[in-house]
Design a protein around this ligand. Structure first.
Ligand code: HOZ
Length: 429
């Protein structure tokens, strides 16, 4: 059983100077109790904390680390770029190269604008959709999380849901009056939302595979329905692929499900672990952005050379390597092992997986949307989380987050994880 003594001491210190001791709420372990560990270094699929514990990591810095931590080609690219300067505030050639890779990978993206986080990407895409359509209403799904954008912090997932504040204080009601929230996988609710807001809907924004209330997948025909109704109603279909982009395949969820959105938001993997975001789509829509068009969007560090270099190194590796086949296989092995561990222990678990993203819910009912996810026994999840961590296995510290597999996870990592789960679940009922 691992001890986290040094981390506990440092967290006590952090609490004095940083709100909640963390720079992003989901890191604080509040949903599962206890205190977070501090990472000293990371390599491949493993984290090494202050106490020198070696921990198998299924969070992967919340998505970016698809190749594993400290990937040599990414580190080298960052070092080389840093030698030439860390920020210019004028165009650099890496921005063009990044745009070429993204547009080649994702045919729906004809032009792309870089920014600095997924939040900036979704915020800007929403503004652009409103500017392009000259309409105000946005439809979103409960449990989907699109960063901490004012107008989208309504029935949101991730930390907002984990801490019981899916509607944040500090967001004036006027800022969310144009946000219409519907349940995921519910075509009737969407039809009703369009009927009630005829000619006013600028777009629908969604995570095509929602990964911020755990993980559930779109039912057959659901994404096709969204595409069709948006086209019929003159609204834009906006895919938030901050998590799924370049993860569920080189072409993201849109390639996996064969759907063409009008706009797509990116982040995480395209920065190779450095802060980044991007949004792109049809050229006629993107050309509404300043300086060409009337929709303003900007950023001092947008297209930052270090983030571009790291992201390009990651994307080139993904484009040329065997990563997607390998993480699909690792994901399948983890799913088979954990399902079997739960079954033999007699613990009801719904294991949802899409490629290298997964979530186990402690419930006997299938999970297709937020209200299903809410049936999970979160006390059980918390116990399971801590027992696994004590064995050196780190899942996201909340029932309402997805797990991530990287190409660096080995068969040995999976075996160790399944063995620990079998033992722990066996003592859970
Ligand atoms: N999208 C991540 C959570 N699902 C972000 C992590 C964070 O909020 O720190």
């Amino acid at each position: 059983m691992l001890s986290f003594k040094k981390s506990e001491e440092l967290f006590a210190e952090a609490l004095k100077w940083i709100p909640g001791g963390v720079n992003s709420p989901v890191r604080a372990f509040r949903a599962v109790g206890g205190t977070p560990f501090f990472v000293n270094r990371a390599k491949g699929a493993h984290l090494f904390d202050l106490d020198e514990n070696e921990i198998i990591d299924y969070v992967g810095t919340w998505g970016p680390a698809i190749l594993g931590h400290a990937y040599p080609k990414i580190i080298k690219a960052i070092q080389d770029a840093a030698e030439r300067g860390t920020s210019f505030g004028v165009p650099n050639s890496l921005e063009v190269k990044m745009a070429q890779i993204i547009t080649r990978a994702i045919p729906s993206v004809q032009k792309v604008r870089m920014c600095n986080s997924g939040t900036e990407a979704t915020m800007s895409a929403i503004r652009l959709a409103r500017g392009y359509t000259r309409r105000d209403k946005i439809i979103k799904f409960d449990g989907c999380y699109h960063g901490h954008v004012d107008s989208l912090l309504v029935k949101a997932g991730s930390g907002a849901l984990t801490f019981g504040h899916p509607d944040s204080m500090g967001v004036p009601a006027a800022f969310t009056q144009h946000t219409v929230v519907v349940p995921f996988n519910d075509t009737e609710a969407i039809q009703a939302a369009f009927d009630a807001n005829r000619g006013q809907v600028a777009g629908i924004i969604l995570e095509p595979v929602p990964g911020n209330a755990g993980l559930y997948v779109p039912k057959s025909g659901f994404l096709e329905f969204l595409r069709k109704i948006c086209s019929e109603q003159g609204a834009l279909l906006i895919f938030d692929e901050v998590m799924t982009g370049f993860r569920l395949g080189f072409g993201g969820a849109q390639q996996r499900f064969g759907i063409t959105p009008d706009l797509t938001c990116f982040g995480k993997i395209i920065g190779g672990g450095l802060p980044v975001g991007a949004f792109g789509g049809r050229a006629d829509i993107m050309d509404q952005l300043a300086p060409v068009g009337p929709v303003y969007q900007a950023g001092t560090l947008s297209g930052n050379p270090l983030a571009m270099a790291a992201g390009i190194a990651a994307l080139e590796e993904l484009e040329n390597g065997n990563v997607y086949k390998s993480i699909e296989e690792i994901g399948a092995a983890l799913e088979t092992g954990l399902r079997e561990a739960a079954r033999s222990a007699g613990v009801a678990v719904q294991f949802n997986r899409c490629g290298s993203m997964f979530c186990g819910y402690f419930t006997d009912r299938p999970v297709h949307n937020l209200s299903d996810a809410m049936h999970s026994d979160r006390t059980k999840f918390g116990r399971y989380f801590h027992r696994m961590l004590e064995q050196g296995i780190y899942f996201a510290p909340s029932q309402f987050e997805a797990g991530f597999i990287s190409a660096a996870h080995t068969a040995e990592d999976i075996e160790k994880t399944v063995r620990a789960a079998r033992e722990i679940l066996g003592h859970m009922n």
